[in-house]
Write a protein of this length. Structure first.
Length: 116
């Protein structure tokens, strides 16, 4: 059983920063990737960033490249998303995601609201 628990969302003004964290438990040794997706009201869930669990380069959506940084701590089974220069269009529920060979796992989501 895999559990992903996000934390760190909140309300911030445009131009501000937030840091999201995701704590994973269970079969973390089987993960290939961990990452973040987001879903704004009335829109489909979209990819934000991902990082290989065992090493390698992260990839980002064009909309967040240069502003967001994803990182992992394998010893603590956590993945984080540092979000800088936030824009109102970054407002969404952010979901932690983990993938292994057969499954896709999701956290419950954390709200990020950026005011203009």
């Amino acid at each position: 059983q895999v559990q992903l628990v996000e934390s760190g969302g909140g309300l911030v003004q445009a131009g501000g920063s937030l840091r999201l964290s995701c704590a994973a438990s269970g079969r973390t040794f089987s993960f290939y990737f961990m990452g973040w997706f987001r879903q704004a009201p009335g829109k489909e869930r979209e990819f934000v960033a991902q990082i290989p669990w065992s090493g390698g380069n992260a990839i980002y959506a064009d909309s967040v490249k240069g502003r967001f940084t994803i990182s992992r701590d394998n010893a603590k089974n956590t993945v984080s998303l540092q979000m800088n220069s936030l824009k109102p269009e970054d407002t969404a529920v952010y979901y932690c995601n983990a993938r292994d060979l057969v499954s896709n796992y999701w956290g419950q989501g954390t709200q990020v609201t950026v005011s203009s």
